[in-house]
Design a protein around this ligand. Structure first.
Ligand code: HEC
Length: 105
């Protein structure tokens, strides 16, 4: 069967739109996750530095390295226990999405 050109166009357009919607969802989820689970200690914009170095200014890569470090207990300072628990409760996908969010703070 030969598909008409407009059908192919419509199909690819819906794929693109679907992917954009998914990406937008991930961004919204990361923001909600950050605001509910992280902002109390790190500040809404990530600049609070009472408890730790500010998370604002971290690249997505550095953020992910540090969070994976807490998760695998290979990173942290004297107050790392709480972060180890928090990081352990996050999926790798959550950490990745949070990294993209934090990098833009
Ligand atoms: C109860 C307070 C608290 C909450 C909530 C919290 N953190 Fe932390 N965070 C800390 C403390 C304290 C440290 C420093 C720990 C240490 O000694 O390594 C820290 C360190 C970090 C660091 C490492 C900073 C650096 O450069 O060394 C990152 C990244 C981080 N937190 C991300 C998060 C994220 C993401 C969340 C939400 C899922 C979160 N934190 C929630 C208290 C908190």
């Amino acid at each position: 069967m030969k598909m008409s050109r407009s059908l192919v166009l419509a199909l690819s357009l819906s794929l693109v739109l679907g992917a954009t919607a998914l990406a937008a969802d991930a961004a919204t989820d990361a923001q909600a996750l950050y605001l509910t689970k992280c902002a109390s200690c790190h500040g809404k914009d990530g600049s609070k530095s009472i408890l730790s170095k500010p998370v604002k200014g971290l690249s997505a890569e550095d953020f992910t390295k540090k969070m994976m470090g807490y998760k695998t207990k290979t990173y942290g300072g004297s107050k790392k226990a709480g972060m180890e628990k928090l990081a352990a409760a996050l999926s790798d996908a959550d950490i990745k999405a949070l990294g993209a969010f934090v990098a833009k703070l």
